[in-house]
Design a binder for this molecule. Structure first.
Ligand code: HEM
Ligand SMILES: *[C@@H]1O[C@H](CO)[C@@H](O)[C@H](O)[C@H]1NC(C)=O
Ligand SMILES: *[C@@H]1O[C@H](CO)[C@@H](O)[C@H](O)[C@H]1NC(C)=O
Ligand SMILES: *[C@@H]1O[C@H](CO)[C@@H](O)[C@H](O)[C@H]1NC(C)=O
Length: 503
């Protein structure tokens, strides 16, 4: 017994000693990292070990938009601003030249943080799908297969679906107006965009405005989980978070099993020789390879891309339209000008054509200005594997660079009086912003769905402006919530009236 006790205590001592050595080595390593990068300007660290992480956690806890903190830092410490997160160093880059050099080049892959999007609390989420894959070859292979579905020729063919689904929203709004009730524009627009992506990407009829659906909630859950997962590495281990983590896992499972079901149905249809449309689902199946040689990784990759398009294909567009409506409620002059343009271009017509959309120039400006102040996908990061000089500052290799259109879009340096909503900044004759406005990101990894999204946003806005007046309900704020994508916090609840009703 005594012998056992001695052995045990020696073992414990030895382990403690090892832990101490490990801790000491980590501290030395930290010191080394600090020495290597501290010549780069940046805000004071909250702590030696954790760096600026405590600031991140504070913002997260207080439900603040972390990008406002980044904006403040960029204003105070300049275009190249260092942040320490444990032993990671992240450089917030806001100068146009640095932005151009890194984002436009295929040399700089998406960084480690995308790994934290591929998994969600131990479950595979976006995996190696088109948004999250870091591997250039795997990305290129997928992107090439998807590209044809986003050509203008193909997109023209979607106008019927866009029109038809948006009409369902109009029917709903007629009801809201007739009943003289209020409605959350964020929620209603989300129904249309989900309807559209389900139909054109996967050939499914959700008819969201009629059926109650579990999807909007599940998507919010996953995205919110993603925010916690990426900013607080210990989140899932804290007992108080257990119920939320469980809900997120369930939501994630729901999206993936839905994908598996829809893919299965589609494959069965194909095997039965049915005439299936050449849509995103077809391409997802195609990119996974031949049925005979399909590995379980191929199967998972299909689900990755299913979830990727299901989320990326509607979430940010919804938020953009909702923010746009929100801003218009406090800019009657801009609203009047827009209505006039819509009346001139489409009049009373129900079916809006692709060419009509091209003529809605002022509406384009308004939507661009919306994304300047509210870039719904606010940031992107790149790994920088080599030494680099940005704005005259030497940056040794081993950092990630962080780019945010939210930050640059709100800097006085690039946009005079930045919080003023002014669509004339994007007047066709105005100078184009130079690498300081990139709500769809830039370069090879920029948004595949940009044109798709702007067609949809314009079409929904045009129909709305054509037929309705809307007023923000009392108690609604103009605040932003960071739910993975940026959303209007209170959902843009409006009362809606028919346009010709005079009151
Ligand atoms: C207003 C609407 C939208 C905005 C603001 C937006 C913004 C973005 C941004 C910033 C990225 C880069 C993400 C990153 O660097 O991590 C991105 C990528 C992507 N987006 Fe969008 N997006 C929108 C709509 C859409 C739509 C409608 C689709 C599909 C139908 C889509 C599909 C994608 C895909 C597939 C990627 C990954 C591209 C790649 O890495 O090759 N997006 N989007
Ligand atoms: C409008 O009123 C009708 C009848 O009271 C009701 O069935 C319907 O759900 C209401 N619609 C909305 C959008 O409030
Ligand atoms: C929605 O309703 C339609 C018919 O009204 C039905 O065919 C479809 O399966 C429903 N979808 C869901 C997800 O419940
Ligand atoms: C943000 O996400 C949370 C958690 O899923 C959800 O309860 C909330 O409604 C979302 N906010 C908006 C504006 O969608």
């Amino acid at each position: 017994m005594a012998v056992l006790y001695v052995i045990l205590s020696w073992t414990v001592m030895f382990l403690l000693f090892l832990a101490f050595i490990a801790f000491l080595s980590f501290c030395l390593y930290m010191k080394h990292i600090h020495n290597k990068y501290d010549h780069i300007p940046g805000p004071p660290r909250d702590s030696f070990l954790f760096g600026h992480s405590p600031s991140f956690l504070r913002a997260l806890k207080n439900d603040e938009v972390i990008f406002d903190t980044f904006l403040e830092w960029a204003e105070n410490y300049g275009p190249v601003c260092r942040l320490n997160l444990l032993h990671y160093v992240v450089i917030l880059v806001t100068c146009p030249e640095g932005t151009k050099e890194i984002l436009m080049s295929p040399k700089y892959p998406k960084d480690y943080s995308y790994k934290r999007l591929s998994q969600l609390f131990g479950l595979r989420f976006l995996g190696n799908g088109l948004v999250t894959t870091q591997d250039h070859e795997l990305w290129y292979k997928q992107r090439r297969i998807m590209d044809p579905l986003f050509s203008s020729l193909y997109l023209r063919g979607l106008m019927d679906t866009f029109n038809e689904r948006a009409e369902k929203l109009m029917t709903k709004l007629v009801e809201v107006a007739d009943n003289q009730t209020e409605a959350s524009m964020l929620r209603l627009v989300n129904f249309v965009t989900l309807d559209v992506i389900a139909k054109v990407a996967f050939g499914m009829d959700l008819d969201m405005l009629k059926n109650k659906s579990v999807f909007p909630d599940a998507i919010q859950k996953c995205l919110k989980g993603m925010v916690f997962n990426i900013r607080d590495i210990f989140f899932q281990y804290k007992p108080k978070n257990r119920p939320f983590v469980k809900e997120v896992r369930e939501a994630c499972r729901l999206l993936r099993t839905t994908g598996a079901q829809w893919i299965h149905d589609r494959k069965t249809a194909m095997q039965n020789g049915e005439d299936v449309s050449k849509d995103i689902l077809t391409q997802i199946i195609k990119s996974a390879g031949k049925e005979e040689s399909m590995t379980s990784e191929d199967e998972e990759l299909m689900l990755d891309n299913f979830v990727t398009f299901f989320i990326a294909g509607q979430e940010t567009t919804t938020n953009q339209v909702a923010f746009c409506i929100m801003e218009l409620t406090r800019h009657p002059d801009i609203l009047e000008k827009l209505k006039k343009e819509v009346d001139d271009v489409i009049g009373m017509k129900r079916d809006i054509s692709y060419d009509d959309l091209g003529k809605l120039v002022y509406l384009s400006q308004v939507l661009k200005e919306t994304l300047r102040i509210y870039p719904t996908a606010p940031a992107t990061t790149r790994d920088v594997p080599n030494d680099i000089v940005i704005d005259g500052i030497h940056i040794p290799k081993g950092v990630a660079c962080f780019f945010s259109s939210y930050v640059t879009g709100r800097m006085d340096k690039f946009f005079k009086d930045p919080l003023k909503f002014d669509p004339d900044r994007f007047h066709p004759d105005a100078p184009k912003p130079y690498y300081c406005y990139y709500p769809f990101s830039l370069g090879p990894r920029s948004c595949l769905g940009q044109t798709f999204a702007q067609m949809e946003a314009k079409l929904v806005m045009a129909k709305l402006l054509q037929r309705f007046d809307f007023t923000l309900s009392p108690g609604q704020t103009f605040d932003i919530v960071d739910n993975g994508t940026l959303r209007p916090k209170s959902g843009v609840v409006c009362s809606v009236r028919h346009r010709n009703d005079k009151k």
